[in-house]
Design a protein around this ligand. Sequence first.
Ligand code: C5P
Length: 498
Amino acid sequence: MSKTLENKSILLVISGGIAAYKSLELIRLIRKAGGNVRCILTKGGAQFITPLSVSSLSENETYTDLFSLKDETGMGHIRLSREADLIVVAPASANMIAKLANGIADDLASTALLAANKQILLAPAMNHMMWQNPATRENISRLLNRNFQIVGPVEGEMACGEFGLGRMSEPEEILSAIQKALSPPGRGLGEGEEIDSDFNTFAKRLRYARKSKNLSQEDLAKKLEVTQQAIEKVENGQIIKPKFLYEAAKVLGVSYEWLWEGTATPPHPSPLPKGERELEGLTAIVTSGPTFEPIDPVRFIGNRSSGKQGHAIAQALAESGAAVTLISGPVKENPPAGVKLIEIETAAEMLAAVEKNLPADIFIGAAAVSDWSAAPSAQKIKKQPGKTPALNLRENADILKTVANRKKRPGLVIGFAAETENLLENAKAKLKSKNCDWIIANNVSENLFGGDENQVYLITQSSADKWEKQGKRAIAQKLAAKIGEHFTNVRTIKEAAE
Ligand code: C5P
């Protein structure tokens, strides 16, 4: 083996899991590649392998205890990360991932990781249901957003006898991820690889993963039961389909998150098998919050929209498998996990962001877009005795209407109607005048902005359903389920026609 890790030092954190035994092999491979490796063994990890075996293979002391005085004077938790070129967590248990995502530091391993100033590579290993649990999905999304690198997990038989996605990648694969992480930019792909090395698109990542498995486009097409042209289109960056990337990741033995990361959007939060989530493979744009229209450098026209309903809808759609872009005005809400967030201030910026992210399958206009904007003064408007400044308002474009009347409009366009009187009549009129498919109507005379509950009607061309008063998140989930039903019906009708 060539000494690809010569002069490199790896800090390997071994957390609890049966896969810990594979980390012994990983230590051996790192040593063989010329790297130095120091290990932290968690309490859980030490249930599976012993500090003695780790020390023997690494030829270094094994660190286990946060409060050991010796470690703090000799090699404290801060120095452990400072002296490493790369930190690897293998196996990364669900618990360790949750701690990392939340900044918990309650033992030596998690404290050293929180204090780290180096790139961290995770090799997750857990039961497949734990991997698919929304809590883990959310944690992984957060870590990817913070630039953690992830290798695996892969599909296979679990120690518990079940089968699924959750096995730790093999030590050889983790070693090549380490080599890649430590390669200077421009040399990331290994010998003879002619693809650009920056790995920054899903297309490049897919092609690289395919080539490293020695598969032709035709081979991969056969395995995925798609046409070769489809593979070609994805590899040229012309199309992107979450479902396809998910299947391809499985066949190529790379992580779905890694492939998806090349889309420059946060990872699609639902790497579940085909058909398990209703909105898998669909794209959605949701607008949320208020818009702020400047009057001068310090003042603006705004409104009290909290963004709670729009953000909850974006989250529910993502949880149902859609790839969601959330375009939001200034709000206090936290960005939902696994959603691409674009922050804007004005209606014009919101429209531009919407246009930029179209086409999409679903558009939901939950934002309270200001109907007017002023031509802002370049200087702060000064008080002048006896004079009231005119604002010269002009009408903003109606984003919902613009989207609904596009030639290539989304398959489902949903607007909101916040009314204080004649709710149903006004909402139905709005459905028509804006050319949208559904309207969510609520009576704002009863519902003050910013509350956690809402009572709405779902109005379609042919029906008006009253939904009982419930939390905004419950409304969002109910809406996501309705959208799922709608697309299932559309598919069934299409299939019947074919
Ligand atoms: O006409 P009205 O403001 O009541 O319509 C509300 C709906 O239209 C909401 O879905 C809102 O997001 C959308 N809207 C828009 N652009 C505007 C005004 C409203 O997209 N300029």
